[in-house]
Design a protein around this ligand. Structure first.
Ligand code: ADE
Length: 236
């Protein structure tokens, strides 16, 4: 898959592909991340990307032309992408949407800025996404969050087993983790994890996941579809 991010701050966004599993996946050719500078798609000598709002009011509005020129460039180079616009007015981004987006061949994420983006840009947008009910000073951080979470679902980027154990898979939160030492400041690692009994460990972890979810995220717990194994774990 290819993720293309359109921004006026390419140096800020580029760190999304420079660390950890994402950077490894890019090196291994499992994933492509391209960052495009919206200013490169302007036509005036000042590379203007914003202008005063019609009707007055505070702040500036991002002009439509650079977005359309950038979109046309992407269509010509790779074919029609699936287009996401980051915005506090968008649908709330979650793991399910990340999984859906990871199946797209070309995903173009447009970062909004200033007071807003000219409404006519929405004609090329397939999905408007928000990463939460707060206002960021721009869409860059949101685009980076979306890019990272989507990349994890691209085959080969993260081990299948690891994805299955992550929080939100199956509407459950992750179980607790421990590493050496077995006793740290009088706090002991649960005995079962030292037992070597894989079946018991699996059941213990499932039990912890279920308990954590019920306490910390009852909304998720109610959505979870309970299996026979879950019922067994719940009575531990
Ligand atoms: N731009 C500004 N705030 C945002 C948010 N919460 N989510 C996505 N894009 C944004």
């Amino acid at each position: 898959m290819r993720i293309i991010i359109a921004t006026i701050f390419p140096d800020f966004v580029k760190v999304v592909k420079e660390y950890g599993v994402i950077s490894q996946a890019v090196k291994d050719g499992k994933l492509e991340i391209e960052i495009l500078n919206l200013r490169d798609f302007t036509q005036d000598k000042h590379k203007t990307v914003d202008d005063y709002p019609y009707g007055g009011g505070p702040g500036m509005v991002m002009k439509p032309e650079p977005f359309y020129r950038l979109y046309d460039y992407v269509v010509e180079k790779y074919g029609k992408p699936f287009v996401v616009m980051t915005s506090p007015q968008g649908e709330r981004f979650d793991n399910k949407i990340a999984m859906f987006l990871s199946k797209k061949e070309n995903l173009l994420i447009l970062c909004g800025r200033y007071e807003g983006v000219d409404e006519r840009v929405m004609k090329i947008v397939d999905l408007e996404l928000s990463i939460g009910d707060y206002v960021l000073s721009g869409g860059e951080l949101a685009a980076m969050v979306i890019c990272d979470a989507v990349s994890r679902f691209v085959p080969g980027v993260v081990e299948e087993e690891s994805l299955r154990q992550d929080s939100f898979f199956n509407n459950l939160l992750d179980h607790p983790h421990y590493t050496r030492p077995a006793i740290f400041r009088e706090m002991k690692v649960p005995e079962v994890l030292l037992s070597g009994n894989h079946e018991e460990i699996e059941l213990y972890r499932l039990s912890e996941s279920l308990k954590r979810t019920a306490i910390k995220r009852p909304d998720l717990f109610l959505k979870h579809e309970f299996t026979e194994k879950d019922k067994q774990a719940l009575i531990l």
